[in-house]
Write a protein that binds this ligand. Structure first.
Ligand code: GLY
Length: 302
């Protein structure tokens, strides 16, 4: 297996896989299908034109953030105080460059802020007001916070007040391999419903919700953030991928780790350095869609 440092420019078969959250309600599978399909296609168009994995991911994840059916960007769950606070991260696997934001308000597409953090090369993770100030400084417009709140999440918040629960659902993410052999991964979420203001989940943490190493693969996780953080799921999943050389098997073993040692539920999507995809979840539904040159249209296996 080549190391990313040694890797000469290659021609690889581009591939993208996206996920729409391990907490998705199976009764709403039809709604999610169109959303993940469209996101995979949006990212795929970039890869098919010879574009970079990071550009493909940003396009795909923005499509999911803009789709109110998913718990990211517009449509995010509300925190204890009824506000949207989002987390997102993105990583490219050639030079292990990464960027992330957490507990960020007033921004419709947090994945783009995370990407700008990556490009800044000065820091990896910015939170709260500092992240918002950074977004302003790089010209990303603030939005009216009310525009991120959907009726569905407002109702859910009211129900939560009567019957507390902690499960999230609908976190979004994507992993892509481009023609140059670069693998990148990205994740974006509103977090868990009713969370304390300032709570940060796995989706903002490199190695937990997101990881990419072009010599091994890339991964985006979804599910119980605290459990994912306890087992550093993203990084562990890539260790399994390196050892097993089998993306589906690595994904299953990683989910077992999340359940058995992390004590939580969730799932993940993977691409290995050859362009093979894998995914697994311990939940009833994790919307997934993938696209590669072998397919006429995105495969939506749920
Ligand atoms: N996995 C998303 C979160 O727990 O915030």
């Amino acid at each position: 297996m080549p190391s990313s440092a040694d890797r000469a420019p290659t021609t690889r078969v581009p591939t993208i896989i996206v996920q729409g959250g391990a907490g998705a309600n199976p009764a709403e599978a039809g709604d999610y299908r169109q959303g993940v399909r469209d996101a995979a296609l949006a990212g795929w168009r970039v890869l098919a034109d010879g574009g970079a994995a990071l550009d493909a991911l940003e396009r795909a994840v923005r499509a999911l953030e803009d789709d109110p059916r998913f718990n990211a960007g517009r449509g995010s769950v509300l925190n204890r105080d009824g506000a949207v606070e989002v987390d997102a991260s993105i990583m490219e696997g050639d030079r292990l460059q990464c960027g992330a934001v957490a507990a960020l308000s007033r921004i419709a597409n947090p994945i783009t802020v995370a990407r700008r953090v990556l490009e800044s090369r000065r820091q990896v993770l910015l939170v709260g007001e500092g992240a918002l100030a950074f977004a302003r400084s790089v010209g990303i417009p603030e939005c009216d916070p009310a525009s991120l709140v959907t009726d569905r999440q407002r109702k859910r918040h009211a129900e939560l007040a009567r019957q507390p629960a902690t499960r999230g659902g609908g976190t979004v993410g994507a992993v892509a391999l481009d023609r140059n052999g670069t693998i990148a991964a990205a994740t974006s979420t509103g977090g868990t419903p009713g969370k304390l203001p300032g709570r940060v989940g796995d989706s903002a943490l490199i190695g937990c919700g997101t990881y990419a190493d072009s010599s091994i693969g890339g991964v985006s996780c979804t599910g119980d953030g605290e459990a994912i953080m306890r087992v550093v799921l993203g990084h562990r999943a890539l260790r399994y991928l390196k050892d097993a050389d089998d993306p589906d098997y690595a994904a299953k073993v990683a989910v077992d780790l999340l359940v058995d040692e992390g004590g939580g539920q969730g799932g993940l999507i993977l691409i290995d350095w050859r362009g093979r995809v894998g995914f697994a979840t311990s939940t009833r539904l994790m919307p997934v869609a993938m696209m590669s040159p072998a397919l006429d249209e995105p495969r939506v296996p749920f």
